[in-house]
Design a protein. Structure first.
Length: 241
C-alpha cells in the first residue's frame, strides 16, 4: 500500500510532474467530515486554458479565454454534481451519465458499464470517477477507473473500489496517468492511500495546490461535508484568474 502524508511539502505528488487529473475521497482526522478533492492539469494551451466555475449543483470547466479554445471535446464538462445526498466527482462527461442513472434509481457501477476510456488515441486517457453517498448520518464512497488494456484501444478494463465505514484521517487517491510519457501511461493498481492531516479546508486546499506541479496545474476543487448535517464547505483554486 502506498501511504502519503500531505503534511509534508511535495509528499503528495513528489516526483510526479504529470499525474493528469486526480480524485481524492476520504475522511477528516476527527471523523466528522468527508473530504472530496478534484484537480486538473494540462500540457497544451488548450488544456491549460481552463477554470472551474461553481454552479448550483456542482462545478463545470470553462475556457478562460474563449479565443484560445481549439477543441472543447473532452476538456469542457461537469467534474462535480450533486443529486440528493450524493456527490459525484469525475474527470469527464461521465458525471452526467452517473447523475442520470442515480436519478433513475440505478447505481454508480451500472452507469459506468455504459462508458469506456476517452477516445484520445494513443493515450486512451482513463475515465476516473467517484461518488460519496450520505445515508442515516453516515457516508460511504466508491471509486472507479475505466482504462484500456495496456494501451490497446480495442479492450476496456473496468475496476471499481467501494469503501464502507471509512477510517478517520484516511483518503483514497486515484489519477489518470502514472507520470509523463509518450503515450501517457495509465494509472496502475488500486487507489493510493493518503493520510489526511488534522487541518481545516483552507489548509488542506493549500497543501494539495502547493504540491501540484507548478507548470502543469490548472484548477483544484475541495469540499468538506459534515456527516451529521450534510452542510458543506467548498474551495476552488484556478491558476488562470
Amino acid at each position: 500500500m502506498d501511504v502519503y502524508s500531505v503534511n509534508k511539502v511535495s509528499a503528495l505528488l513528489e516526483g510526479n510532474s504529470y499525474p493528469g487529473r486526480g480524485i481524492i475521497l476520504g475522511n477528516t482526522a476527527d471523523g466528522k467530515k468527508r473530504v472530496a478533492a478534484y484537480f486538473i492539469m494540462g500540457r497544451s494551451v488548450n488544456s491549460r486554458n481552463r477554470v472551474f466555475i461553481e454552479e448550483c449543483d456542482g462545478i463545470r470547466t470553462e475556457a478562460k479565454d474563449p479565443a484560445l479554445m481549439k477543441d472543447p471535446h473532452l476538456i469542457i464538462y461537469h467534474p462535480v454534481r450533486e443529486i440528493g445526498n450524493d456527490l459525484i466527482v469525475t474527470n469527464g462527461d461521465q458525471t452526467d451519465t452517473i447523475y442520470d442513472f442515480v436519478k433513475e434509481g440505478k447505481t454508480f457501477s451500472e452507469a459506468l458499464e455504459t462508458r469506456e476510456f476517452e477516445p484520445d488515441a494513443p493515450n486512451y486517457t482513463p475515465r476516473i470517477s467517484g461518488i460519496i453517498r450520505r445515508e442515516n448520518n453516515d457516508m460511504n464512497y466508491a471509486l472507479s477507473i475505466l482504462k484500456s488494456a495496456a494501451g490497446d484501444g480495442s479492450s476496456c478494463q473496468r475496476y471499481s473500489f467501494a469503501y464502507s465505514n471509512p477510517i478517520a484521517g484516511k483518503a483514497k487517491f486515484i489519477h489518470t496517468y502514472t507520470n509523463e510519457g509518450d503515450p501517457l501511461p495509465s494509472f496502475e493498481g488500486e487507489p493510493k492511500t493518503l493520510e489526511l492531516p488534522d487541518v481545516d479546508i483552507d489548509t488542506l486546499t493549500d497543501l494539495i495546490w502547493t504540491n501540484l506541479n507548478e507548470d502543469n496545474k490548472v484548477s483544484l476543487f475541495v469540499r468538506y461535508i459534515d456527516i451529521e448535517t450534510g452542510e458543506a464547505e467548498t474551495r476552488i483554486v484556478n491558476k488562470n484568474v
